[in-house]
Design a protein around this ligand. Structure first.
Ligand code: HEM
Length: 120
């Protein structure tokens, strides 16, 4: 997956987030777009591209970086839905259905580590 495509996919994910019930955790407007670029840079590294995120921000420590936010299972499901809806069947991002499914599977497992609150 090309770098530009990942920036665009993350921007689409964050647009969905901005309209979801977890929007209040996130910044708005230009800052939301900037946040989406951080996510893209992290994913670029995960997917075998250059380690842009690490070079800019240091070790990912993703669970620790999410601790300031109250993330319960319901927030996780919303987050995953925002990603799933942006990804679609993958074709818009030039991913095969298998590649899109593999990315979602990885995100489903990885996102569990970001949950830091019991259900309310
Ligand atoms: C489980 C549901 C999740 C919620 C509710 C959530 C929420 C948040 C929030 C509120 C922020 C701070 C806003 C910002 O981006 O500046 C953030 C940052 C971030 N999230 Fe998540 N997140 C979740 C899962 C994930 C997953 C699965 C990934 C992996 C792709 C991820 C990657 C990132 C990255 C890279 C940042 C920027 C961290 C930094 O450098 O400050 N998040 N997330």
């Amino acid at each position: 997956m090309g770098r530009e495509t990942l920036y665009q996919l993350s921007a689409a994910v964050y647009r969905n987030i901005g309209e979801s019930d977890i929007a209040s955790m996130f910044p708005e407007g230009e800052a939301l777009l900037a946040a989406s670029r951080k996510q893209a840079e992290f994913l670029i590294g995960i997917l075998g591209g250059p380690p842009i995120y690490m070079e800019k921000y240091g070790h990912p420590r993703m669970r620790a970086r999410h601790l300031p936010f109250e993330i319960d299972e319901s927030a996780r499901q919303t987050w995953l839905r925002c990603f799933r809806e942006a990804l679609g069947d993958g074709s818009e991002w030039r991913l095969s259905p298998e590649e899109a499914a593999a990315l979602l599977n990885w995100l489903e497992a990885f996102s569990a580590w970001m949950v830091n609150q019991a259900p309310s």
